[in-house]
Design a protein around this ligand. Structure first.
Ligand code: ZN
Length: 202
């Protein structure tokens, strides 16, 4: 099932990515409406319409139970007020660090499955290293074990790039290749991975 939902402001600009529970809350509080893609384009559906649509097109594998109803999991929400979700900062989390680093170990440079990845404190915690965007990188378990509780240079390892808080726009683009983000593409201005770079709006 889908886990994340893209949220647009009233100008149809992406302002956030929220978990499904938050998305359903926004919908039920009528702070947002669902944007649904069909053959004729994008339809905006308020809660009542989305519930009716969910009933007509049951899809248990892609639904949440809410107030004894099966609600289809939306992909994109449109806020009904401008300022409901003003933050455009990317939340610091394991999954988002992996996304920032494109699932690439920042020491050996190879791409791994999530199960083989770990988070590494560049400056070890014991030496005062913080758990934040600037000190946490994606590392494969092998590199992480090799580095242990040392600074990279003392372990004879080189960081591929200095870690930093990702920019919102670049972060959105990082989702472009993910299956659940396919319905977001018309809104995030990111080309699918198989499309030529020249097509990019940037
Ligand atoms: Zn590695």
């Amino acid at each position: 099932m889908k886990q994340r939902v893209l949220v647009l402001n009233r100008a149809w600009q992406p302002v956030n990515i929220v978990g499904m529970r938050r998305a359903i809350n926004l919908l039920f509080q009528e702070h947002a409406q669902v944007i649904h893609a069909d053959a004729s384009g994008h339809r905006v559906m308020p809660l009542a319409e989305w519930l009716a649509f969910s009933e007509k097109h049951p899809d248990p594998a892609n639904s949440i139970r809410a107030v004894r109803l099966a609600v289809l999991a939306p992909s994109v929400l449109l806020l009904t007020e401008y300022d409901r979700l003003p933050r455009r900062e990317v939340r610091f989390s394991r999954r988002n660090v992996y996304l920032r680093d494109a699932h690439r170990c920042q020491y050996c440079g190879r791409v791994f499955e999530v199960a083989e990845l770990t988070l590494d404190h560049v400056v070890p915690r014991e030496k005062g290293g913080k758990t934040n965007w600037e000190n946490i990188v994606t590392a494969c378990s092998r590199c992480n074990a090799k580095k242990a509780n040392r600074l990279p240079n003392l372990a004879g390892m080189v960081l591929r790039k200095l870690p930093a808080r990702p920019k919102w726009r670049a972060f959105l683009t990082a989702f472009a290749g993910e299956e659940e983000a396919a319905p977001w593409l018309p809104f995030i201005g990111a080309p699918p991975k198989d499309r030529a770079r020249a097509d990019s709006p940037q």
